[in-house]
Design a protein around this ligand. Sequence first.
Ligand code: ATP
Length: 560
Amino acid sequence: MRLLRVFLALARPFWWSRAGWPGWLLLAAVFAMGMGIVQVNVHINAWSKTFYDTLATFDGAALLDLMGEYALAIVVLILVVVSKDWLTKALILRWRQHLNDHLLEAWFADRSYYRLGLEGEPDHPDQRIAEDARLLAESSVGLLVSFFINTLQIGAFVGVLWGLSGTQTFSLGGYSLTLDGYLVWAAVLYTLIGTLLTHWLGRPLHGLNYERQRHEAAFRADLLRKRDHAEQIALYAGEAAERQGLGERFAAIAGNWRALMHREFNLGLFTVGYSRFSNIVPVFVALPAFLAKTITLGGLMQIRTAFGAVQGSLSWFISAYRELAAWSATVERLGQFQQALERSHRTRVEIRRGEIFATCALDVLKPSGEVLLHRLNLHAAPGEWLLLAGASGLGKSTLLRTLGGLWPYYSGDWQLPAGRCLLLPQRPYLAGGRLDRVLAYPGLEVPDEATLRVALAVVGLERLGDGLAREAEWSRELSGGEQQRLSLARALLWRPDTLFLDEATNQLEEQAARGLLQCLREWLPTCTVIAVSHQPGVQTLFARRVELSMVAGRLAAVPA
Ligand SMILES: Nc1ncnc2c1ncn2[C@@H]1O[C@H](COP(=O)(O)OP(=O)(O)OP(=O)(O)O)[C@@H](O)[C@H]1O
């Protein structure tokens, strides 16, 4: 029941929205095709009685007509089945597209992608967005459609089977029992036993599938991390340690796979035998009536296909068990992700805007609740440059994160000047791709070439001006200092009203750093700059310096 609630919460944004109506239309068309399939199957079932009875009469001309009729039915069946598959895929794509947009929007909203990482939950959002969303759309639609067709099939063939059963009297130990539709009851009983056994054997598959997705995602993420840090690993010559780490990750995959194999082996022993046995059970069940000559050979064959259709459809749960187990694990993983996103949105940080930058009795904490910085009262007028100094590990970067609205562990208040805000970290983030886009980041619009060239010249990277359209892994191709220069060029182009600099020039010589910051001030004269820097050479650029230091076991701001 809980699983169904989680599923509905995941499905609602698509199916209950405007975007959902083409989905409903496609679903209706898929159901219509499903009805067509059942209709053709019923026709073929009636045909089989006529065919086998005609076979017994050796009437060649009639048999030829019947074969033509069969070929026509098969052509119709092929067309309907293929159309149903096409429409199903179109529906899956629509839903997956919507799920993808919805999850990405929620993940990026209120910086949840960052804050979920701080809380350590949930694991591997990449896999949940890419893989689990696909599985959810594919399996939900696939299972629903097959469930619908099987239910229709039961409705259509129960009547046929009931009619073929007639009224049968059974004698057992002196008692006699008269039963209508005994073939239907036999199919129900046979399937019920099969379903219960399947559920009993396959129950642990849900947990194992959940673990499987988690282990696979961890292994893939680890491999990606190696690629991203290839140079550092090579410099340490850390291959053996890396190999060992990956080996351990893979051992977890193999262990889970073995457990799955074992469970699926037990389940397979039963389901494979069950499905094979199902082909002959209806003949055994109807044999007494055939031997008593109350039904013809055609009747026996019709019973066989009708019984098979009813029993096969009732066995939907058995054949779909593995997919249902994987589906429930997917719903669980995506449900957790959605709940974590909702929690994260509830605790979003609202940044107040005002005339000036100011903090009021601001406490910055660690996620554990431990106080890092205590009762900070800072201020900076528009266009003022404020330097924050203090020993390593005091919480200067964490303070900047808090002011930028990233860090949710704080109490007290602060406000920023209206307008754009930008934080330049020590290690800039340079995505791979065209240089002009990398320069314009986080902007979406790429400025014209002349502006980009000027910005590059100001930060001393004019040599890159001829390759603005070139695609490269810029974080590998540029030195640490060059990356910091590029990051400052971004600030020139983005033109923020508040700029946080977190050791943003510490890989440059002090003279060069000073020159660059001076240019920054000339380009952005009204921008308020709050900076953390250990470089004595740049400190004279700042109007005020605030020393963060330990006071009575706590940290406080002491204006220098
Ligand atoms: N995501 C996090 N989870 C838990 N603790 C954290 C996290 N980020 C930072 N901290 C802790 O907060 C403290 C302050 O870190 P911060 O990086 O803000 O210091 P800093 O003053 O900028 O140091 P430095 O001058 O060396 O860069 C450190 O003890 C650090 O371990």
